[in-house]
Design a protein around this ligand. Structure first.
Ligand SMILES: Cc1cc2nc3c(=O)[nH]c(=O)nc-3n(C[C@H](O)[C@H](O)[C@H](O)COP(=O)(O)OP(=O)(O)OC[C@H]3O[C@@H](n4cnc5c(N)ncnc54)[C@H](O)[C@@H]3O)c2cc1C
Ligand code: SF4
Ligand code: SF4
Length: 440
């Protein structure tokens, strides 16, 4: 059935589509919007309760220092409202089978929200009464959230959901909700769709720094990740200031350890994550703005400032006072007051030195997110040597994959920054459009 669906982001009615886009980060949104603007019918699915991927959680963006939320939220809203895009959140793909006629038959699993989506007004009355306090994954565990919650304040759709694993079924939210939209009877919904093409835009995973025990992440409270620092710096931040976790003190001597989980075979990721040098440099500039008296020291191995305006951005950070040390950090240890001692080799002087900081930020790397290949049942979506989606014709058609009719966009192909992700998503939309036109 070739119906264009109405502009209602969580559809009751599912029909057949020109393209299934998997993942609604900036790559999936961009490919979906481009194709929808060309008149194609797009089904966009996202496993999380909100669209926006990692970008919607960032502070500002290098090298322009534009506010990430200001750039991304108009795109997020356009995606959610476009008449040619049907959006399903909390939805994953169970299987994709390529039929003899070239169409793809996809089985989707829409997880229950336990909230009637069309009735929820996002008033958060339920959150206020819920007695459960648990870790907030969208604030990277810097603060807590309730068992019934709106993921973050610029979430789209801005609808509550219940984290049923932590819910104690006390029913307080159900009694309080003015719209009577809490519904504990919701079940998993299996949805069958036929699509002519697929775009994989499943993005990247963050490296878990607990895998490098010598840096003390998870053991020393004042060792945090760069993603946690993004949240501390974001306009939608959990605190009203930059705080160190152990005692809420404003840090005055902050260290960054670059290449945490990148270019390091010992932790299973030998490639460069492309963005960490620049996002750390961005955070240093933002920190110097927020905390003018703070010392910021960057322990790096090599600086990768290869993009347009990147080297100037790096020089700007140094001019502002960020101190760059070419040094490999061997270990981090903790003093009684929560301050941290870094033991490192200064690569320029060859000396092993120690330095003291009151907050350490680990510039964590980007990892491939290859789980999606398992859903392709009778065809093989091939991976490259680093577990990203293989681009068999990288030089001429970088969006093409090993399966005809399946394309790839953004960091599902390799680590990259936002401008490159947008370009990759545009290329995926162009390839998909060409493929669809040749089918008809
Ligand atoms: C700390 C940090 C700071 C950064 N700062 C900057 C910066 O200042 N400037 C810049 O240019 N870049 C920056 N980046 C890089 C930027 O985050 C990426 O370029 C961008 O987010 C890539 O977007 P994406 O859509 O490819 O991936 P993602 O943002 O990872 O989006 C992928 C989406 O797919 C969803 N998904 C995954 N699997 C499935 C599935 N099976 N089914 C359904 N949905 C699925 C995910 O939930 C997610 O929403 C930074 C990165 C980090 C880690
Ligand atoms: S579930 Fe009810 S109480 Fe909670 S945000 Fe939605 S309308 Fe408000
Ligand atoms: S029923 Fe669950 S989500 Fe609702 S208030 Fe009680 S613990 Fe919180």
């Amino acid at each position: 059935m070739n119906t264009i669906l109405p502009a209602n982001n969580e559809q009751d009615k599912i029909t057949d589509f020109d393209v299934l886009v998997i993942g609604a980060g900036i790559a999936g949104e961009e490919s979906s919007l481009k194709l929808a603007d060309m008149g194609f019918r797009v089904l966009l699915i996202e496993k999380e309760p909100s669209i926006g991927g990692k970008m919607i959680l960032l502070s500002k963006v290098f090298p322009t220092l534009d506010c990430a939320a200001c750039i991304t939220t108009p795109k997020v809203s356009e995606t959610a409202r476009h008449p040619n895009i049907t959006l399903l959140t909390l939805t994953e793909t169970e299987s994709i089978v390529k039929e003899d006629n070239g169409l793809f038959s996809a089985t989707l699993n829409k997880h229950p929200r336990y909230v009637i989506e069309k009735d929820c007004t996002g008033c958060q009355e339920c959150e206020r009464v819920c007695p459960v306090i648990t870790e907030d994954q969208f604030q990277f565990n810097l603060v807590a959230r309730k068992a019934v919650y709106i993921p973050f304040n610029i979430a789209n759709p801005r609808i509550a959901l219940i984290d049923i694993e932590n819910c104690i079924l006390c029913g307080l939210c159900e009694h309080k909700c003015p719209s009577a939209c809490i519904d504990f009877s919701q079940k998993e919904e299996i949805i069958q769709v036929k699509v002519k093409s697929v775009i994989v835009a499943t993005g990247f995973k963050l490296f878990d720094p607990a895998l490098i025990p010598r840096y003390g992440y998870g053991k020393f409270k004042n060792v945090i990740t760069s993603m946690q620092m993004e949240r501390e710096l974001a306009p939608t931040r959990p605190f009203n200031n930059i705080l160190r976790p152990s005692d809420g003190k404003t840090p005055g001597k902050i260290a960054y350890i670059f290449c945490t989980g990148s270019r390091d075979q010992t932790c299973g990721n030998s490639i460069c994550s492309q963005v960490c040098c620049m996002y750390s440099t961005k955070q240093a500039q933002l920190l110097m703005g927020a905390l003018p008296m703070a010392d910021i020291t960057m322990y790096y191995i090599n600086i990768r400032a290869f993009g347009k305006g990147f080297n100037e951005f790096y020089m700007q950070a140094q001019d502002m006072g960020a101190h760059y040390i070419k040094g490999k950090v061997a270990s981090v240890s903790e003093k009684e007051n929560g301050d941290l001692i870094l033991r490192y080799e200064d690569i320029v002087t060859g000396k092993v030195t120690e330095s003291e900081h009151d907050l350490v930020v680990l510039s964590v790397g980007l990892l491939a997110n290859p789980a999606i290949i398992q859903v392709f049942k009778n065809t093989t979506l091939e991976l490259d040597a680093s577990n990203y989606i293989k681009q068999p014709d990288l030089m001429q058609s970088p969006a093409v994959t090993s399966i005809e009719g399946v394309f790839v966009a953004g960091t599902a192909t390799a680590p990259m920054d936002i401008p490159d992700t947008i370009m990759s998503a545009g290329a995926a939309a162009a390839e998909t459009s060409g493929y669809l036109k040749q089918l008809s």
